[in-house]
Design a protein. Structure first.
Length: 740
């Protein structure tokens, strides 16, 4: 539809019709078995039957047949036959589930993440969806916060690359094209900064920190044309994001140039009353509209109040027209006025979803996301040995994360199933060993917990399970222990004050260690965990996160050496929870406490080290890499005269492997303190045994720019340090200066 036709349509709409376009309700209210009957939660919404059938969008329902029926019924009733938008959390896969986002961050391969997003878009599109609430690009530093699993980590530069790649994967160049959907960057802004790692909690940041660390990843998505942004639940500068004019109009729209649809998070406008910022729903509607929020997710605050606010002269209808126009423009960008069903296709659903090609990509992505944290000669497994698999994830299908809300665990391949394809069953045993969680543990999850609640065994049964597993471990040459968090221990509303592997599993681990010292831990986790005991006792630790649909195959590929792990940590693993928040790009302080220096009055703990157990960018390989000292093409960077920093990487081991060569820079002295180091580049290099390759980074003036105290962005002359290595704690250093 042409813009002038959109304008004519807008002009012909009633005020209530426009207000209803700004309301989003749950799709379940419209499904055929509850058609139009405002029963249950819907009846609490405070919207009448008429408005109910004029909501501009729905969320949380998918399936080509169902959404086509809803669209048909909706458009017949909608006075101008405006199509409805269908939105869903397709976070890391639709039905083919890819590794959770933090695991995708560990690949240090944004392009791969883009491919995964593109496949997710295709499966979502044939299922009738138009918009996905993904990627979540919040910077994270606190492992207690359950939603770190949804981020790509603690570094602004890395997060920006993944944000860009995923938005482009979902949307392509033109979201009206087949198998593309609108992407939604979230949660604007700084949701990951929740105090004490407690979800929905207050965020207290200086504007400098907000801009320097948290905003760049949102900007990266906006710069490639993301169609939607979602507000965050938290306050920024004491004002809830969803009613924060400065954040939304001054920063998001004016400074960042975002002109797409701004949607609130789930009931976030209504929650500004609970925050103590809005007096009542009418006040919340007024403030959110003035902040420029276009869609009110899952409440009737807009639909039930905007008309009266206009009639009473409290808000201008112009603000509503702006919001509705952006919604109509998004529907138009998706081509819905021409084809309201877009790619919905029940037949294609059968052939596209979970097809072999998509499974193969899921297996590749999972294999590249695994991080080898420790290996004292046990991996890859010697297939002539007797192997005991012992742990609750040995034959568990729930390996797709709590945000794989459209995925089915039943589609997953378990470790045991995959192992039985390659291990000699005459020398291999499989035991669960213990429950996932103790019977005293209480889990809360989305909707039907049914199949997700771990099976509980009686004390006697648990005793027998343990004894059988320990006996098998005793007989084996090595024990592979798939253990870790339950998938509902991470994700939304799952903050944990203790970041440990569940105690019942640690008990199993200790019992096995008593009878066999050759333990390989395969770790399932949605967040960095306290791995002190596991790292000390196990001879090998492979972090597999929540690897997705093809997790079992990918894990066995890694255990047997078919895939050589190459993942690198996108988020620091703390020594213990007391060290949190911990991140590599910290400030030096006036009393830095360099490793190995014993001095009392330094910025340190008296009971633990400052350094994390495993640093950002860390990950081992089955081969050995050597990285030469840094060679600089010059000592001075000038405007327009960059310096090249070069290293030679050699595979000094016996098998092919991939190394992520990382470039870090420190601005030693500046008008505002600068992080002790910042990731400024990386390159993945795959080498055969004995092969070597030069890796070159160009250090130029734009790379040295930062946010200054006066809000400007620029570089300053002076001394810089540069490191090139295989993780953020590398000592491979050189020095240069920058002169204008
Ligand atoms: C949730 C989440 C958000 C999600 C939305 C819709 O509360 O915060 O990330 O997209 O609601 O499910």
């Amino acid at each position: 539809m042409k813009t002038e036709d959109l304008k004519a349509l807008l002009a012909d709409m009633s005020l209530q019709e426009k207000a209803d376009q700004m309301m989003q309700l749950m799709g379940i209210f419209y499904s055929d078995d509850t058609e139009g009957i405002l029963t249950g939660p819907a009846s609490q919404l405070g919207v009448g039957e008429e408005d109910f059938w004029m909501a501009g969008s729905i969320l949380g329902t998918y399936g080509a047949k169902q959404l086509m029926e809803i669209q048909k019924r909706y458009m017949e009733r909608q006075p101008h036959h405006i199509p409805m938008l269908f939105m869903m959390d397709v976070i890391h896969g639709m039905k083919t589930i890819f590794p959770m986002p933090l695991a995708q961050g560990a690949t240090f391969e944004p392009e791969l993440s883009g491919k995964c997003a593109s496949v997710a878009a295709k499966e979502a599109a044939v299922s009738g969806l138009h918009v996905t609430f993904s990627p979540m690009v919040d910077l994270v530093r606190d492992a207690r916060w359950g939603r770190v699993m949804e981020s790509t980590g603690e570094d602004p530069y890395l997060n920006g690359l993944f944000a860009k790649a995923q938005v482009e994967g979902f949307q392509g160049d033109d979201m009206s094209e087949p198998y593309k959907v609108c992407s939604c960057i979230k949660h604007f802004a700084a949701y990951g900064g929740a105090q004490a790692g407690r979800d929905y909690n207050t965020v207290e940041l200086t504007e400098h920190t907000l801009r320097q660390f948290y905003l760049p990843s949102y900007k990266a998505g906006i710069d490639v044309g993301v169609g939607m942004v979602m507000t965050s639940f938290n306050t920024v500068n004491g004002i809830p994001a969803s009613t924060n004019k400065w954040l939304m109009r001054d920063i998001l729209r004016k400074e960042m140039g975002f002109d797409g649809v701004l949607i609130s998070d789930f009931s976030a406008i209504l929650e500004t009353i609970a925050h103590g910022h809005s007096a009542d729903e009418a006040d919340a509607a007024k403030k959110a509209l003035e902040a420029g929020v276009d869609i009110d997710m899952m409440t009737s605050v807009y639909a039930a109040n905007l008309c009266k606010l206009v009639e009473d002269g409290v808000v201008s209808e112009t603000l509503i027209d702006e919001g509705v126009m952006r919604i109509l423009e998004l529907k138009n960008k998706l081509g819905l006025f021409e084809n309201p069903y877009k790619d919905a296709d029940p037949e294609k659903e059968k052939t596209v979803i979970l097809c072999d090609e998509h499974r193969a990509l899921a297996r590749e992505a999972a294999g590249k996301s695994f991080v080898l944290l420790k290996n004292e000669g046990l991996l890859p497994v010697d297939m002539s040995k007797k192997v005991a698999f012992v742990g609750p994830y040995t034959n568990c299908r729930e390996i797709i994360s709590s945000w794989a809300v459209t995925g089915d665990a039943s589609s997953c391949v378990t470790i045991e199933e995959a192992a039985k394809e390659v291990f000699d069953l005459g020398r291999t045993t499989f035991h669960q060993g213990c429950q996932m969680l103790g019977n005293d543990y209480h889990l809360e999850g989305f909707g039907n917990l049914g199949e997700s609640v771990p099976k509980e065994f009686s004390e006697e049964e648990q005793k027998e399970m343990l004894e059988a597993a320990v006996a098998a471990a005793k007989e084996a040459d090595l024990v592979i222990m798939p253990i870790g968090e339950h998938f509902l221990q991470s994700g939304e509303a799952t903050s944990r004050a203790m970041i440990d592997v569940p105690e019942i599993q640690m008990n199993l681990f200790r019992e096995v260690a008593k009878v066999n010292e050759n333990i390989v831990v395969v770790l399932f986790n949605g967040r960095p965990l306290d791995l002190r005991e596991i790292s000390k006792t196990a001879k090998a630790v492979l972090d597999v996160w929540f690897p997705g649909t093809e997790g079992g195959h990918a894990i066995v590929d890694a255990l047997t050496g078919k895939v050589n792990p190459s993942g690198k940590l996108p988020m620091s693993f703390p020594y213990c929870v007391g060290q949190v928040p911990v991140h590599y790009n910290q400030y030096a302080t006036g009393r830095p406490n360099p490793e190995g220096v014993e001095e009392r009055f330094k910025s340190k703990y008296i009971d633990i080290p400052n350094e994390p157990l495993y640093p950002f960018g860390y990950g081992l390989s089955y081969t050995d890499f050597e990285i030469s000292p840094v060679s600089l093409s010059g000592d001075v960077v000038k405007d327009g005269q960059p310096v090249k920093a070069v290293v030679t990487v050699k595979n000094a081991g016996k098998v092919e492997g991939t190394q992520v060569v990382q470039l870090y820079i420190q601005d030693v002295t500046a008008s505002v303190v600068r992080p002790v180091k910042e990731l400024k580049g990386f390159e993945k290099v795959t080498l055969c045994p004995g092969e070597e390759k030069q890796v070159e980074f160009v250090i130029d003036e734009p790379m040295l720019r930062f946010l200054k105290a006066d809000g400007s962005v620029g570089s300053e002359e002076g001394k810089f340090r540069v490191w090139i290595g295989d993780n953020s704690s590398t000592k491979n250093e050189a020095v240069f200066t920058y002169e204008k």
